[in-house]
Ligand binder design. Sequence first.
Ligand code: BJ8
Length: 437
Amino acid sequence: MKRGEIMSSTQFEIKSYPDMWESLGMDVARFEKMRCVLGDVFQTTFLAQENRPQRMDYFNWIVSEIHGGRIAEILEAKKQGRPVVGTFCVYVPEELVIAAGGICIGLCGGSQGPVPDAEKTLPRNICPMVKSAYGFKVAKVCPYFQSVDFVYGETTCDAKKKTWELLNKEVPTYVMEIPQMKRERDRTLWFEEVKDFKSQIEKVTGKTITAEAVTEAVKIMNNKRKALQRLNRLQHHNPSPISGKDVLLIEQIAFYDEPVRFAEKVNLLCDELDERVKKGIAVAPTTAPRVLVSGTPMAMPNWKAHNLVEKAGGIVVNDESCIGTRYFKDLMDETMTDLDSQLKALTDRYMKIDCSCFTPNDDRVDQVLKEYRDSGAQGILHYCLQFCHTYNIEAIKIKEACEKAGIPFLAIESDYSPEDIGQMQTRIEAFLEQIKG
Ligand code: BJ8
């Protein structure tokens, strides 16, 4: 199967690369089983949708090669001496990795599979995203984890920052301190951390990051973010030319794919969506309840909430999370030409991200309401991963703001196990009924 060829649901499989996985020191037998399960879930969740845009074929292809073709590209880059850096948070500035000629890969775990492996060491009552990611590494069932030169964690939440100390025994793990407030003194600290991040990348790679390289990297990342913004605007159209599930999938792929190619493919898809809008081709009727999903990020393959909303006849029209708008809503100033100004502009750009680990974080409440209005949503589903205290508590403020504005609101706390699907389905169906009035 060549990239971009039309792929029917019966042809789909996630490709197997046992020799490559063996060479990466993976548990191949176990990973084979996970590959098959993922392929089946992808087929029923995505390929069974009716009337999908044809240019989703590229993203299907990426999923089919997610453990092979993309890994081969990464290993080839490594051979050329380009650094491969794993990250877990959108506060870590990708631009500097790209400026060093490197590849940045999001390693957040979105699967229940390796959670029991993590629970042999980590407490059970912490965030599933952290357990999943750690489990992927200790069980040796993630080719990305096995391919990175080092990982860069951060101090956003307690579960993450303490897990980095353990992860460091498995793979070199550096940590960026993210302050918890946004005062001038916090900006000063953050700027120092951005400079340290740059120095660390230079030290590990033996390369000096120049202002010219940063300029180029900023353009690459801005173009990628602009493409995602365009997709987000098209998703807002009523009737929607693309499902919320497909948009989520693309947003997840953004953390794995090569950024220039990815932006080009997203723009090509958006051209098709523009045509669909003109012709009135839609994936749901105008009467379908329109839901904005807000909260904790959903790492691949966490498609649970979107799947339930759309199976129940609703449509997800916006993702206010770090997989969604928090990742791409802010662009970087491209006018800076010296390194000091560039690093300051990078600090400013990243400080705009309104994660609940900050206090106060009222900008996020305003942003959620803004995205609600911009997207033409009719209700807000606050999705929180279990044991994520900051998002869970911040949901109270979002709920209060929704009550004040008369916006239907539903808060769901979930993990990656299938056990709560029935209960979630009932609550989501009732929520959609409430929206319909
Ligand atoms: S900027 S949302 S990517 S920290 S969900 S691991 S916070 S316990 S993912 Fe996040 Fe950066 Fe914030 Fe975004 Fe901890 Fe909460 Fe789990 Fe979280």
